[in-house]
Design a protein around this ligand. Structure first.
Ligand SMILES: NC(=O)c1ccc[n+]([C@@H]2O[C@H](COP(=O)([O-])OP(=O)(O)OC[C@H]3O[C@@H](n4cnc5c(N)ncnc54)[C@H](O)[C@@H]3O)[C@@H](O)[C@H]2O)c1
Ligand SMILES: [Zn+2]
Length: 379
């Protein structure tokens, strides 16, 4: 088992991420260790995940003297809504959850974000645990304390920072994850490596390389230590910039985690969230940001090639050659992350080193040229 300690500005909020195969069996013990006096745990999940893993989770919690109740939410991004949040809050109240008790999110990023936000809002904040079951949630969304839901007008527009009491990552849950969800998680791992450090990129690359040659060989120790390295990276960024301070544009700001996301979001929006898994869109987005970095003279061709090879090893991406590039550019202009009309692009100086560049400092035709280069070439 691997352990990652997430330390934050307030020491009381520090927590541990535990990573290993079969950890669901000791989930109850872990929650009990963190909350010695709690009586109840309210599990929030969805049908698919609960049918697979709910039994072990509940048994382990009950074995550690917790009263357990559960709520199953709809499956998919469209259920990350205010309506679902309302259902979750009503459930917490009806189940009699008290200040010392805990919410437990069992599922992917959608469940983690909604359950985390419900925990942040209910009684002005109760403890919660993340038990992420998708690769994306294990290396990204379960770490960092961002919780929230979407509005019809945009993603993640309502939410709160609320740090979990602990994160339990059972890597064996990935065995049932559909291939495209794995690809999406791989893309986010490449993203972390590309902006984080050369060793993290290298470790990710080697793992993906192994996986692309012998798919079954991915499980086990290598995956556990990679997830730990990914979480360690994310925890370090979060510690340095817990609330994504407005105006920070240095290479350790939380904003670097948005590498590939400017174009990625635009691809998701222009295809009505139907064609791409979020991470797949980020796969394309990283390639476009890489091209722009090269055009600006920041990134060497050999480094861009490494990024391309890494993205290729993530798995097949849905085709994108038919998409209207002008519409993608319009969608980028509407992105909520723009500040005073300018977009802060996360670009690369080399693999492992990000640079944030304002759209003011990028010739307007570079974006179109980069989109063309990436979207046409991949089909
Ligand atoms: N809070 C953050 O910091 C943060 C960071 C990144 C992403 N996110 C959010 O995360 C969400 C995406 O998360 P996701 O990619 O995990 O998607 P998801 O939660 O929709 O899960 C993907 C699919 O996999 C299924 N699933 C989950 N675990 C499974 C398992 N072990 N076996 C079989 N099927 C399983 C789910 O039921 C779902 O159908 C987005 O809403 C995004 O905004 C949040
Ligand atoms: Zn992402």
């Amino acid at each position: 088992m691997e352990k990652v300690r997430v330390s934050l500005a307030s020491p009381i909020q520090a927590y541990e991420i535990k990573i290993g195969s079969g950890l669901l069996r000791s989930l109850g013990q872990e929650v009990r260790r963190c909350l010695p006096r709690a009586r109840r745990v309210a599990v929030i999940s969805n049908r698919r995940v609960f049918d697979l893993y709910g039994g072990s989770a509940v048994e382990s919690l009950q074995g550690n003297d917790f009263l357990v109740s559960h709520l199953l939410l709809g499956d998919g991004e469209r259920f990350k809504s205010l309506n679902t949040l309302g259902k979750a809050l009503t459930f917490l109240s009806e189940t009699g959850l008290e200040r010392n008790d805990a919410v437990l999110a069992l599922g992917g990023g959608v469940i983690g974000d909604v359950a985390g936000f419900a925990a942040a809002a209910y009684l002005r904040g109760v403890p919660y645990f993340q038990v992420p079951t998708t690769l994306l949630a294990q290396i990204d969304s379960s770490v960092g304390g961002k919780t929230g839901v979407n509005l019809p007008s945009g993603k993640n527009l309502v939410g709160a920072f609320h740090q979990p009491g602990g994160v339990v990552i059972d890597t064996s849950t990935l065995e049932t994850l559909p291939a495209r969800e794995l690809t999406a998680g791989h893309c986010e791992m490449v993203k972390n490596g590309a902006v984080g450090s050369r060793p993290l990129f290298q470790q990710t690359f080697e793992y993906l390389d192994l996986l692309s040659r012998r798919p079954a060989a991915g499980r086990g120790k290598k995956l556990e230590s990679l997830i730990a390295a990914q979480c360690t990276f994310k925890a370090a960024v979060v510690k340095g910039d817990e609330r994504e301070a407005f105006g920070r544009t240095d290479r350790r700001s939380r904003r670097i985690l948005n590498f590939g996301h400017t174009v990625g979001h635009a691809l998701e929006v222009t295809t009505g969230y139907r064609r791409f898994r979020h991470g797949e869109a980020v796969g394309y987005g990283m390639l476009v940001a890489g091209e722009m970095s090269k055009l600006l003279g920041l990134l060497k061709s050999s480094e861009l090639e490494l990024l391309r090879q890494a993205v290729r090893r993530c798995g097949p991406l849905p085709s994108a050659g038919d998409l209207n590039q002008e519409r993608i550019i319009e969608a980028i202009g509407r992105d909520k992350k723009s500040v005073g009309g300018n977009i802060h692009w996360v670009l690369l100086e080399r693999i492992g080193r990000a640079r944030i560049v304002s759209s003011q400092d990028i010739p307007p035709d570079f974006l179109l040229a980069s989109l063309r280069a990436v979207l046409k070439n991949r089909d």
